[in-house]
Every structure is written in C-alpha cells, then in structure tokens.
Design a protein around this ligand. Structure first.
Ligand code: F6R
Length: 366
C-alpha cells in the first residue's frame, strides 16, 4: 500500500504532481481561458461583495492560508486576514454578513476550525470550506466549498494536502481576479498556462531528493534550525520549520527573513543551519543581503534557489535548485525540497516518520 516507498510520507510527497493535477482537473481550462468551480460560481456575488476574507485554519492548513493571503490580495485585491481557528473562536471576533470566511482543513474534522465556522455562521458570515476528506464534518458545516483531490493522506505530517490547498486557493483567487478585473487578461492567461504545467515542474523539483538526502546527513544532529523566506515564501519557511519539528524533533523556527535582525540573528553561530528560500523572483536582492548577514556570523546556509542561480551559490554552503516559475506560484515548488529535507533528516535520526510521537492525524479535541 506504500507503493514501493519506505514510508507513506515519501509516497505522498511523490504523489504531488499527480494530485495537483487532480485538484485542478475540470476546473482549470487553460486553452479556453476559463476557471470553473461550482462552489464559487454559485456564490460569486458573495465573494465579489465581500469586504474582506477571513481564513481560519490550524497547523499546515493555516500556512496554506497565509500563502493564500498573499495571492488573494495581489490577484483579487480583497483584504485577507488569516486566523488560527483556536484564537479566533475565543476572541469575540468582529465579523458579520459582509465577511466571507474560508475554512481550510485536510481532515475536515479539526475541532477548533469547526467551532470557528459555527461562530462565523452565527454572526451571519458566508463560510466556504476547503477540505480534502469528502463528507467530513467541516465540509458539511460550511455553506459551500471546494474539495482538494489529494486522496487519502496517511502520513501524519501533511504534505500533499498543503500543495493541493494552495492550488485550490490559487484557482479561487484567479477566478475572482477575472470577475473583478483586478488582473490583466494577459496575466490571467499566463497564470492559467503556468498552473497547467506546474505538475511537471513539481516533478522536476522532486529530483532534489538526492541532494536533500546528502544535506540531511550533514545536519541530522543539529539541535536547532532556522528557516527564512520573504513574501510568498515566508509561509513556506514556517511550513518547512513545522515539518522538521514534527517528524525529526529538531527545534526549528520559521521567520520572515527581514525579522532576523530583530532578534533571531543572536542565535547564529557556526553550528546553526539556516535554510533560506531564495528564488530568483521576489525580493531576491533583499534575501541575498540577508544571506550575507548570516554568513558574516558563520551560520551554515542551505539555500533553495532557482535553477541557474549563481549569486547565492557563491555565498551558500549548499544549494538546492528548483525550476523557474511565476513568483506567486513558487511556494508549490520551494515546498518540495523542504519536505524531502525533513523526511531524510527524520529517517537518519531513526524517527517514526509516519507516526511522530505525540501527534494525531486529526485533532478532534480542542
Ligand atoms: C502538520 C499537520 C497539522 C495539521 C493541523 C490541521 O503536518 O498535519 O499541523 O495541518 O492539525 O489539520 P487539518 O488540516 O486536518 O484541519
């Protein structure tokens, strides 16, 4: 049932090209220049009239929500807030009929997310679900929704659920951008075409497996690790750190790269590995100067770069190359080597990759 892979997690990492394709199948019609999703079409007015979108989720799904915040605001120019469901539900939040809530949950059973949805509904908001498990509590409790088609995710650490959530949320933002006229026609078509070929690029990103394994062996005994990214890749840094924590039990933190100098830089010494997400597009020069700051304090740099990069290569201790794509779609590619890196580190440490200690696949208690 692991399809020849040693662990479900690895199998699920490798399924990403095909499940991303499953997720956009029938929804993304690149040649016709159309995005069609019943749950959005039926409720288009609600989305178009929304004064803001509030995303509620937990864990990895919350990270997908953060990526979506950047995408929605850029594409559709709708203000977005991303909330931990557990904080939202207990805060007496200001929310009403002019808000659209998007609840993201792989399992569709997360207790805090479910409670946040009930609260939002009581206050008159329209609630849209992004779930993976068909017929789950959250998919039933929401007014409308769109399923990711990631298939069963067995490994406790979420991988393919994350990238398919980002795929769905990107489709929704593009659909809204089209309806609102906030994106030029040529950009819209460029995104549709790029999304259509993104599974091939994810496939190519999976070829980083060997280099990720080599790097994993070098840093497997590190007690700490930092992950840095900016813009669309700041949430990817958070997700990379979470993946490492949960399966290898190494303490890891994700930060927006520019926040380094406001504290975490004090941690940098020759023993600290720092994973920096530095694709060619998106604040590249800023990230390069962040890398220089780490380097001058003897930190060890593992950089995720766009294929062909030379500038970061000169500075970093290790580079992992991913294919080029449009900036807003880079999270779908930069995530891949980070998943592989944590996977191999956990395997080298003899950790139970598929069932890490203290964790459950769905958190049905608050
Ligand atoms: C991380 C992980 C958790 C879940 C979180 C939300 O790898 O699996 O952080 O993402 O418990 O779960 P769902 O998406 O099922 O609501």
């Amino acid at each position: 049932e692991k399809g020849g892979y040693e662990h479900f997690m690895l199998k699920e990492i490798y399924e990403q090209p095909s499940v991303i394709r499953d997720t956009y199948r029938g929804r993304l019609l690149a040649n016709k220049g159309i995005i069609q999703m019943a749950g959005i079409e039926d409720n288009l007015e609600k989305f178009l009239n929304a004064e803001r979108i509030i995303i509620v989720a937990c864990g990895t799904s919350w990270h997908a929500g953060l990526v979506a915040e950047y995408i929605f605001e850029e594409f559709a120019r709708i203000p977005v807030e991303v909330e931990y469901a557990s904080e939202f539900r207990y805060r007496n939040p200001i929310i009403g009929p002019k808000d659209v809530v998007i609840a993201i949950s792989q399992s569709g059973e997360t207790a805090d997310t479910l409670a946040a949805i009930k609260l939002a509904k009581e206050r008159g908001a329209f609630v849209f679900g992004v779930c993976n498990v068909v017929g789950s509590s959250i998919s039933r409790e929401t007014h409308a929704g769109a399923y990711t088609h990631a298939g069963p995710e067995i490994g406790v650490a979420s991988t393919k659920a994350f990238t398919t959530q980002i795929t769905i949320l990107t489709l929704i933002s593009l659909r809204l951008a089209k309806a609102k006229g906030t994106m030029s026609n040529s950009d819209f078509h460029r995104y549709l075409q790029e999304l259509e070929i993104i599974p091939e690029k994810v496939q190519e990103a999976l070829q980083t497996n060997d280099v990720a394994k080599v790097i994993a062996e070098i840093y497997k005994d590190a007690p700490n690790c930092l992950y840095l990214g900016r813009g669309y890749n700041f949430p990817v840094a958070l997700e990379g750190a979470l993946k490492l924590k949960e399966i290898s039990y190494i303490h890891a933190e994700g930060y927006p790269a520019a926040e380094m100098k406001h504290g975490p830089i004090a941690l940098i010494d020759e023993k600290m590995p720092v994973v920096v997400i530095a694709p060619k597009q998106g604040h590249y020069d800023k990230v390069v100067s962040n890398i220089q700051e780490i380097k001058s304090r003897s930190g060890k740099i593992i950089a995720i770069v766009t294929k062909g990069d030379t500038q970061v290569r000169d500075l970093a201790d290790h580079v992992i190359e991913i294919p080029d794509t449009i900036e807003a779609l880079t999270p779908l590619l930069t995530t891949i080597p980070l998943q592989l890196l944590s996977y191999h580190i956990a395997v080298f440490r003899d950790c139970n990759v598929d069932q890490p200690r203290n964790l459950a696949k769905s958190v049905t208690v608050e």
